[in-house]
Design a protein around this ligand. Structure first.
Ligand code: ITT
Length: 199
């Protein structure tokens, strides 16, 4: 069965292929880029779950295939959970990872080690063409470095140090990150749901 990955984020796509294959999912995974005529949905939700469902429904409806979507971001305690759902466009331009990271570091420059707690959050949604929907979430708790370190991963990975580790997410191997990440947790929880509802 074909399963649509309702995302255009290359970093997510790479991780999702590995996470879903490791979980034993054998569906044909086709990215949203294979459907250039389907317009990007407006992410009007106020939660990760709402936005993930909006993206999954848009692709399922337009393609006639089941679709899964990821809405995710970095939530910083001292900023009241920001950037949160605005993580991809924190500095203004959607998807400018470097600008987003640099702005966040500048905003936190005066915050000491004891107050730099943050977590990544991911909502993983499944939608069927008939409107059936499910959504599950995962988190990765950690603290924010003052300077970026590491070249793996994407987005805010060079500044998030997972709880219990001395490295940043960008210093983990892809397999190490997927084993503990918000995205790994959310999509491993979604796999049995896909098996039940899609087959
Ligand atoms: P799609 O909507 O097409 O999936 P997007 O990049 O717009 O792509 P989001 O709205 O969910 O996706 O934004 C997620 C942002 O959160 C992403 O741009 C990163 O900056 C950040 N992010 C999410 N997961 C991350 C991870 O595993 N490591 C680092 N940063 C992450």
């Amino acid at each position: 069965t074909r399963l649509i990955l309702a995302t255009r984020n290359a970093g997510k796509i790479t991780e999702l292929h590995a996470i879903l294959a490791d979980a034993g999912l054998t569906h044909e995974l086709v990215g949203a880029d294979a459907y250039p005529d389907v317009p990007d949905v407006k992410e009007t939700g106020v939660t990760f779950a709402e936005n993930a469902l909006l993206k999954a429904h848009a692709l399922a409806r337009a393609t006639g295939h089941p679709a899964i979507a990821d809405d995710s971001g970095l939530c910083v305690d001292v900023l009241g959970g920001a950037p949160g759902i605005f993580s991809a466009r924190w500095a203004g331009t959607h998807g400018d990872d470097k600008a987003n990271l640099d702005l966040l570091l500048a905003q936190l420059s005066d915050i000491d080690e004891a107050h730099r707690a943050a977590h990544f959050a991911c909502a993983a949604a499944l939608a069927l063409p008939d409107g059936t929907e499910r959504v599950v979430e995962g988190r990765l708790m950690g603290t924010l470095r003052h300077t970026p370190s590491g070249t793996n991963g994407f987005g805010y990975d060079p500044i998030l140090q997972p709880e219990g580790d001395t490295r940043t997410c960008a210093e983990l191997t892809p397999a190490e990150k997927n084993a503990i990440s918000h995205r790994g947790k959310a999509f491993r929880a979604l796999v049995p749901v896909v098996r039940e509802l899609v087959g």
